[in-house]
Design a protein around this ligand. Sequence first.
Ligand code: CA
Length: 241
Amino acid sequence: MPKNKEEKKIHLLVVEDEESFIDALEIGLDREGFKVTIARNGQEALDKFEEGKFDAILLDLMLPKVSGLDVCRTIRAKSDIPIIIVSAKSEEVDMVLMLEIGADDYVTKPYRLRELVARIRAVLRRRETYTPSEEPSTEIMEFGPILLDIDSRRCYVSGEEIKLRKKEFALLRNLLENPGRVMTREVLIDRVWGDDYVGDTKTLDVHIKRLRTLIEFDPKNPIHITTIRGVGYRFELTKPE
Ligand code: CA
């Protein structure tokens, strides 16, 4: 599965207007083996996107000229390139909106380079494994201690089988299929329950809670399924390669 990526560098378009961030990103991402092109405002981002060939975009929200949101909308209208939004903590950001306009993920400043790199690799990996033409069927999904056998509908944690109910299995599968990605409540409910969702809004949370008791070492301090307040849940990549 993991291909030799040493030959071709992943090319990132980094859209950022703060010089201190630009310096740190250029150095840090270069050290991580990425090829980096910088755009210092929204218009430059759109221009460079047209000129170059990129594998992913790191997009600051607060930008001169054209805002990050508009850059995201414009690029998403013509390309499915992975886009990671970067926002400052002080900005009131509607994360649901960001996901709706096509961002793949987001990080909040200040972030650690390691976290950022893990998120970039995660969105790229998702694109790599995404095959829209066929249903992912014969599959074993494995993340850390958690293993999901899609065909036989079995779930193992550290080698031990745990019994999941149908909806719990579907929920875990949906989260595992999108590692590192925020799954909004709406999307999860739609994919797992569809029109069957008759409970109140707590039904999803109840299922998440039970999943945590089954797969988390410490269900009260989950490290696999984390809550993104007001938005949804995310299956964390605990050990980014
Ligand atoms: Ca900015």
